[in-house]
Ligand binder design. Sequence first.
Ligand code: NAD
Length: 255
Amino acid sequence: MTWSVGAGLEGKGVLVTGAAGGIGRAVCDAFGKTGARVMAVDLEQAKVDEVVAGMEGSGHVAVATDLRDLSAHEPLVQRAVAELGNLYVLASLAAVLRRRYSIDEITEDDWDFQHDVNLKAVFFLCRAAARPMIAAGQGGRIITFSSQGWWTGGIGGSVVYAASKGGIVSMTRGLARTLGQYGITVNAVSPGQTHTPMLMTGLDPKVYESMKAQTPLGYVSEPEEIAGPVVFLASRHASYITGSTINVSGGYLMY
Ligand SMILES: NC(=O)c1ccc[n+]([C@@H]2O[C@H](COP(=O)([O-])OP(=O)(O)OC[C@H]3O[C@@H](n4cnc5c(N)ncnc54)[C@H](O)[C@@H]3O)[C@@H](O)[C@H]2O)c1
């Protein structure tokens, strides 16, 4: 076995959603360094083009799609197989957070918007991505994204978001049970506070300071610190890990 962080990923096709986001960019960059070929998916073409232009390696593809459109998932996955040569990894990061500091302010649209992107679209894309992995018979890796909110119930006006991320943990476990027979592992990464637009938008500075104070490592992580565990989970070294929720929170929560 080759002992490197991205062992086994050279030439593998990787689909990353939320690729233009704070963590998504770092995940794309990290996969690029492993020799994998990446399809970077996000809402705006110019932004994913920029992500791909900055990546190491070759054969990467930038695609603009709104993942709430479930009919776009099959064509997206087929395009990944055709243009990357295969599809071995799905890293599903796309998500939205609408903070409402009072639950009385939460609207039905707030609920639907966050659950449609954060949970519903993730399930259907995971299912679509698993099909060519099963057909290829080479196993595969699905990495979903939860949040510490799945455990805490959400801090800083994020109860609806937290509920969607709790759904991610349950769904990840269910998919791991379903897909294990095909050699496909399914795991969730649960970041703590990470320095990205999602964290900082609308966040009360006092809440931000208290988050830092409650983190044993004493700081808010940079996106690269989340990308490492994602690449690890996709690599050969994580072959016996499935159904897990990997807590990457600087000790903010311990589980
Ligand atoms: N930043 C944090 O502190 C933190 C903490 C815990 C979990 N997370 C999770 O990590 C993941 C990445 O978060 P981030 O901080 O990089 O967020 P971000 O807001 O920087 O990036 C999210 C990306 O998803 C894209 N996106 C949103 N809706 C989409 C849709 N319908 N179709 C396609 N793309 C869409 C956005 O355009 C954006 O580029 C998310 O799943 C988030 O919930 C982040």
